[in-house]
Write a protein that binds this ligand. Structure first.
Ligand code: FAD
Length: 517
């Protein structure tokens, strides 16, 4: 038999075995250009995500080692009369199947084939990284030069392409903006299979479309990320409030200092809500010593809700420890937290940045990491955050949360309006993140069904009360909802899709555009 025919026969057999829906001619063409994997383990792992609530099997998986591999695949999907979906998958840490490609091809960007290594420019203070690089590895590579990225996510085992397809936020965002405000340039494979370099001054429409673009217009294969001299240590402080207005007043005051010299502001401002005295159960708060929860339970609070402000001060080998103490003290003096509720620790910068991974390892050892995660992340405008507190933290949630609830404000002027992200229309808005874990055989309050219902209840409450929220890491199931989400930006989002991914091949798991095949 001729080699081509042999290959076609083998592929047809595969189709029968794993029930592929890719067209055999497409597969034959693809296999002559690049090596796809039909391995069961690969297919299985690309069929779900961290959320564990959605499963869609791809027909095949690509482990690319270059932008060229991805370009060939997307070009074939674009030019094929049949077409098929192609989704980049970073670390698969989405919640609602955003990185899946039902019956299409998942491009495993992280941890597969050897990809280009990070390249640091010490002089220009940036690093060029592969789109699938995990932030922990970006950090390791830049620290060799005494440098580090400026803006982070709380957890570093996420891919660069995955977080900048959303925004990438943490307690530094009030100061440096989200991660997408700290990207100089990207290489992108568009939905037509073209590799395009873009930046503010080079193909700017594509550049802005990709930032927070939910993978809709291209697959990021390289990103150039801004760096700063890396601090060596961190003073990490938590203080408590029983009064929501006092808490948000202080958070807003601290983020208003973003333009001040670094000695007069904190480097990181976050916070969380404690609705069930559940500090012990909260994987984000292992920082409190075991004796502290007792102390906390003795603090009287309105409706049993407490608020914890979390702040840090970075410092360097050459910093004078006394002046750090003085800077921290001067800032703390301006705040109105509960006296004697100050918890302080001091640790290496890397340990601070990598703090959630430690919690992950603990949860994994108890079998509590690989469980369904019905997370809800919202941007809430400053003017309505007190209504949200009243209706959700002190209302809908009752006294069971099943996970940490983060809350922190950000300055809108650190976000570029030209990107694809939408945020509330106020100078300051809050992230509220309900990071919940469902327990299959747990208490009724903690089941997936119950928590998902509660999420719907919260979204309905926001709609009825016209709170003006925007979802972060958004999840919708109809285009009408997406149009409402994007609001005035929808025509631009639509136009960008038409220009850069006209056949709707990319990131179909987001469910924004129906594939046209
Ligand atoms: P994936 O889930 O693999 O992909 C997400 C989307 O991006 C998909 O649509 C995918 O197709 C697309 N995509 C992936 N790679 C690329 C690429 N190279 N080019 C184009 N599109 C691509 N977010 C924050 O902002 N701040 C946090 O502090 C934070 N903490 C988190 C902690 C945990 C434990 C988890 C699970 C998530 C957290 N997130 C946080 C959310 C996280 O940023 C998003 O879920 C992000 O998408 C995860 O990156 P990933 O590499 O796993 O992406």
């Amino acid at each position: 038999m001729a080699p081509k025919l042999l290959m076609l026969t083998a592929i047809c057999r595969l189709i029968v075995i794993v029930g592929l829906t890719l067209n055999p001619n497409d597969l034959l063409l693809i296999q002559t250009e690049i090596q796809l994997s039909f391995n069961r383990t690969d297919i299985q792992s690309a069929s779900s995500d961290f959320g564990k609530t959605t499963v869609h099997f791809p027909a095949a998986v690509l482990h690319p080692s270059s932008a060229g591999d991805i370009a060939k695949l997307v070009k074939l999907a674009y030019e094929s009369p049949h077409g098929f979906a192609v989704s980049a998958r970073g670390h698969g840490h989405s919640i609602n199947g955003q990185s899946l490609a039902a019956d299409g091809v998942v491009v495993e960007m992280s941890g597969g084939a050897p990809a280009p290594a990070p390249v640091v420019s010490e002089k220009l203070m940036y690093v060029d990284v592969w789109g699938g690089e995990l932030w922990i590895d970006v950090l390791k590579s830049t620290l060799k030069y005494g440098l580090a990225p400026k803006s982070w996510t709380d957890y570093l085992y996420l891919s660069v392409g995955g977080t900048i397809s959303n925004a990438g936020i943490s307690g530094q965002a009030f100061n440096h903006g989200p991660q997408i405000s700290n990207v100089h340039e990207v290489d992108v494979v568009t939905g037509k299979g073209e590799v395009v370099t873009c930046a503010e001054d080079k193909n700017p429409e594509l550049f802005h479309a990709v930032m927070g673009g939910l993978g809709q217009v291209g697959i990021i294969t390289r990103a150039r990320i801004a760096l700063e001299p890396s601090p060596q240590r961190v003073r990490w402080i938590r203080v408590l409030y029983s009064n929501f207005l006092g808490f948000t007043h202080d958070q807003e005051y601290l983020i208003s200092l973003h333009g001040q010299p670094s000695s007069q502001k904190f480097d990181y401002v976050e916070g969380f809500v404690i609705v069930d005295g559940g500090l012990i159960n909260n994987w984000r708060s292992s920082f409190f010593s075991p004796s502290n929860p007792v102390k906390i339970s003795s603090i009287s609070s309105v409706g049993n809700v407490l608020y914890c402000l979390e702040i840090t001060k970075n410092y360097y080998h050459h910093s004078d420890p006394e002046s750090i103490d003085q800077e921290v003290e001067a800032l703390l003096k301006k705040l109105n937290y509960i006296p004697a509720s100050v918890f302080t620790t001091d640790l290496p910068y890397v340990d601070f940045l990598d703090r959630v991974h430690k919690a992950e390892l603990k949860l994994r050892s108890k079998g509590l990491w690989d469980v369904p995660h019905p997370w809800l992340n919202l941007f809430v405008p400053k003017s309505r955050i007190a209504d949200f507190d009243q209706g959700v933290f002190k209302g809908i949630l009752g006294n069971k949360t099943s996970g940490p609830i983060l809350i922190y404000p950000m300055n809108k002027n650190k976000w570029d309006e030209r990107t694809s992200v939408v945020t509330p229309n106020e100078d300051v808005f809050y992230l509220v993140a309900l990071l919940r874990s469902a327990l299959q055989n747990g208490e009724e309050a903690l089941t997936l069904e119950r928590l998902s219902d509660e999420n719907r209840h919260i979204l309905n409450f926001c709609k009825e009360q016209k709170i003006g929220i925007k979802q972060y890491l958004p999840h919708y199931t109809s285009q009408q909802e997406w149009m409402e989400h994007y609001g005035e930006k929808w025509p631009q989002i639509y136009k960008r899709k038409l220009e850069f991914d006209p056949r709707h091949i990319l990131a179909t798991g987001q469910r924004i555009f129906e594939p046209s095949f």
